[in-house]
Design a binder for this molecule. Sequence first.
Ligand code: FMN
Length: 137
Amino acid sequence: MSLHLERLVYESTATGTTGSLGNLAVILAESQRNNDREGLTGALAAHRDRYIQVVEGPAQALDALLRRLEDDPRHRDIILMGREPIAGRLFSRWTMANARITPAHGEALDSLIDQDDLTPGRVIRILLEAVEGVPAA
Ligand SMILES: Cc1cc2nc3c(=O)[nH]c(=O)nc-3n(C[C@H](O)[C@H](O)[C@H](O)COP(=O)(O)O)c2cc1C
């Protein structure tokens, strides 16, 4: 049976503080528990007042997650930056990784935001680097 894997990237505005490790830890723990069950993998970054998340997995599980995310009062103004079919996963090792945004990653994100050039591909690369502990180029 084909699984129709897809990957999506979105950003949202946090209603609380993204800088609070407690908030992020709670979201990550819930995500990892659910995503393990749903076959979803990905990474979540908190940058300034935004969440940036990459999630990959079966299309139906992604649809269900988007509905839950829309109802979650911990963030608002979800902007889906991209969604596309994929042949394989980039984040297969993580049910939901904590993409730690270093100052260098933050600068890379800020300059893309300033230039209105925050494409899904660039976001995915920065999050993957953050997860794997590679400094931004
Ligand atoms: C920024 C952000 C990212 C989230 N990512 C996920 C996720 O990857 N998977 C997930 O199941 N829930 C995620 N959640 C939580 C969902 O919005 C929702 O609260 C949760 O799925 C409900 O789970 P429950 O039915 O087990 O209570 C996220 C929430 C926020 C604010």
